[in-house]
Design a protein. Structure first.
Length: 231
């Protein structure tokens, strides 16, 4: 997984984008824990690894035949990893209703800003990868959580580059990688994550946006750094 995330330095004219993933020393902050299908016991065994920034899925429900991810589970993750190990989270939201799930979760737990939300678009069962949906997600998140918010877009398949460009133009973050799309263009397979990173970086630079350093990215998201995690 390779992320290209943006930072909007409010109060300045210039916006800075930062790059993280397999080809930078932000790898530890790109580790994602997929809780659907996992058990809380598995989570408890993993906390000693002290991750940098795992993902918390917000599609909570009281019961399901395919996966378990209740409000209690989300709260447990935030307590054991967040309060217990000082972990910063990437909160994944696949639809607008999940932003309200996140708001419920944050009513119970203090979480120091910035809040980092990953809007996932174009996944079957989730919100479609369309610009008007993205704008609705962003505006809803801002109403719920205020403007001290970092957000990113994960768009599946052929929508990846288009939605990343929309996100950049809205002042948000973008993400690319083979986990989300196998292609670099129409009918052309990407050879590596680096292909997609190079393409989105070129697009951002052509929009007069700069790529930040890993140090700038850590400072913006208040991440621990490689010297303070055990993975």
């Amino acid at each position: 997984m390779v992320n290209v995330s943006s930072v909007d330095f409010r109060g300045r004219e210039k916006r800075t984008r930062f790059l993280s993933g397999l080809y930078s020393d932000l790898l530890e902050n790109g580790i994602r824990y997929f809780f659907p299908g996992a058990t809380l016991e598995r989570l408890r065994k993993s906390v000693s690894r002290d991750p940098g920034r795992p993902a918390v899925k917000t599609d909570a429900s009281t019961t399901t035949t395919t996966k378990r991810n209740t409000f209690e589970d989300i709260d447990t993750v935030m307590v054991r990893l967040g309060e217990g190990h000082g972990v910063r989270f990437e909160f994944e939201c696949y639809d607008v209703g999940q932003l309200y799930n996140l708001a419920i979760a944050l009513e119970k737990r203090d979480y120091a800003p910035p809040l980092f939300i990953q809007f996932v678009q174009g996944i079957p069962g989730g919100i479609a990868a369309e610009a008007d949906h993205l704008l609705h997600l962003v505006r809803t998140a801002q109403r719920l959580f205020g403007n001290d918010l970092e957000w990113s877009v994960l768009a599946a398949g052929r929508h990846q580059m288009a939605m990343c460009t929309h996100a950049a133009l809205l002042g948000g973050n973008v993400r690319v990688g083979l986990e989300d799309s196998l292609y670099i263009g129409r009918g052309e397979m990407a050879k590596s994550n680096a292909d997609q990173v190079a393409k989105i970086c070129r697009i951002l630079r052509e929009l007069s946006l700069d790529i930040a350093t890993p140090e700038q990215a850590r400072a913006r998201l208040k991440l621990k750094g490689a010297d303070r995690i055990r993975l």
